[in-house]
Design a binder for this molecule. Structure first.
Ligand SMILES: Cc1cc2nc3c(=O)[nH]c(=O)nc-3n(C[C@H](O)[C@H](O)[C@H](O)COP(=O)(O)O)c2cc1C
Length: 430
């Protein structure tokens, strides 16, 4: 059993003055309200940082400012960054257009500085405390979190000087992202590629998140299961897995150790989670029951099929005149089994109910019958909630009878809400 870090938002029953949006609901550890600086240095991957700036703004940051080295401006025009960020771009401390104290004001007004791409040269400068241009001076003057995204030729990356400099930065509390492996601009293969902007944004969210779930082992299930009819056909349902993946991503950002068991689907699993792909309900059951023994919290967001064909035909069923009768039998009730074993293992058990009618009554019934600690109910007949959408409108039903009606939110925001409440329940228990 894990104890929790004492940081974080304690408004797990809803309202909080630190993180709330206009609706008054705590939306947790998001990028919202954050001032972010993207420091671009003179590497070939500088063009990817244009997309990075766009994505950070789309993720809800309050502002993104771009600081560039002189050599970065040889790769991408400052004008491009100015247009995308909506802010002036600084490269030269001595330019009359730069205010004398910009390096201090920018440094102290930022929550996070992302150096992307970070050249070998600039990494060396940061590691040795040099301040001979605007960006390096800004880094020295800042107490913000710093995320470094090295990108260079593999031999440069492997050079002991560069590695020693990266170690120094890590020791000083900088977060250093591992570069991706693949084809490099110098037409060689190996590690050194700047990770995709989406990955950098995810890492930035992780750096910004309070680690209030560290110490917790969280098992999340996601997506639909799939039951074969014959070698080419199957039955499934419309669950995309977005809600479960959002829960896994947010729990990981907040420091939990996460296992994600997912049905088939196209969503890329988050890095640094124990990811298991399954297909059928029986496979899901096997993996989940095995993993649940080590979990502190089990969140069943998967839409496991209730029925499957009695048998999978060995050969493709040939098209014939007339109708075809398919006999369906019940699949295992994984949630009920988890509920039965709760006493033995001691995990918190959270379920989801996707309903098209009598949402609260059906969810309440499920909460009780399956021995859950909490259930998140959503009306999947709405166009802005439930399957496939990026948003959700849920009600959270607590064991003692309290029901919360949450406004429309993104699935990540719902995940923050659900995890806030889990954190509260775990805190009460320990
Ligand atoms: C075409 C070209 C591509 C370069 N790409 C990289 C790179 O990806 N990573 C790197 O560390 N250096 C790269 N360099 C070398 C840097 O531009 C050089 O070390 C420069 O001094 C870095 O300056 P800065 O760190 O102040 O931006 C490249 C140089 C050239 C000419």
């Amino acid at each position: 059993m894990a104890g929790l870090a004492s940081m974080g938002c304690h408004a797990w029953r809803g309202r909080c003055s630190n993180h709330e949006d206009n609706s008054g609901w705590c939306l947790g550890n998001r990028m919202k309200d954050k001032n972010i600086i993207v420091g671009v240095t003179g590497g070939i991957a500088a063009y990817k940082s244009v997309e990075l700036v766009r994505l950070i703004l789309r993720a809800g940051a309050f502002s993104v400012k771009v600081a560039m080295t002189r050599n970065a401006a040889r790769f991408v025009s400052p004008l491009t960054f100015r247009a995308v960020s909506g802010n002036r771009v600084i490269g030269d401390m001595w330019d009359p257009a730069t205010e004398p104290m910009d390096h201090i004001d920018w440094a102290q007004g930022s929550d996070l500085i992302i150096i992307a791409p970070a050249t070998a040269n600039f990494i060396g400068k940061m590691a040795h405390g040099l301040a001979d241009d605007f960006l390096s001076t800004l880094v020295l003057a800042s107490t913000a979190k710093i995320l470094v995204c090295p990108s260079m030729n593999t031999k440069m990356l492997e050079n002991p000087s560069v590695q020693a400099n990266l170690d120094t930065l890590r020791e000083r509390g900088f977060t250093v992202m591992d570069p991706d492996e693949g084809e490099l601009a110098c037409r060689t293969e190996g590690p050194g590629r700047l990770p995709d902007p989406e990955k950098i944004v995810e890492e930035a969210r992780t750096v910004l998140s309070e680690k209030d779930l560290s110490g917790l082992n969280v098992l999340v299930t996601a997506g639909a299961t799939m039951e074969p009819i014959d070698p080419v056909r199957y039955i499934t349902n419309r669950s995309s897995g977005k809600m479960g993946y959002a829960l896994a991503r947010v729990a990981r950002r907040r420091g939990a150790t996460v296992t994600l068991v997912s049905g088939p689907g196209a969503i890329t699993p988050p890095d640094d989670v124990d990811f298991v792909r399954v297909m059928t309900s029986e496979e899901m059951r096997e993996v989940v029951l095995e993993k649940a023994g080590r979990a502190d919290v089990v969140i069943k967001a998967a839409a496991v099929l209730d029925y499957k064909p009695r048998k999978k035909e060995e050969y493709k069923i040939k098209k014939e005149k007339g109708s075809l009768r398919l006999e369906l039998v019940r699949t295992p009730d994984i949630l009920a089994e988890l509920g039965d074993k709760k006493g033995e293992h001691g995990y918190l058990l959270v379920g989801f109910a996707a309903e098209t009618q009598e949402l609260v009554e059906n969810a309440k019934d499920k909460l009780e019958r399956k021995n859950l600690d909490m259930i998140v109910a959503n009306d999947v007949s709405r166009s802005d909630a439930g399957f496939e959408t990026d948003t959700n409108r849920v009600k959270i039903l607590h064991r003692e009878g309290h029901i919360e009606d949450l406004p429309l939110m993104t699935k990540e925001e719902v995940a923050e809400q659900v995890l806030d409440r889990i954190r509260g329940l775990w805190g009460e228990r320990s």
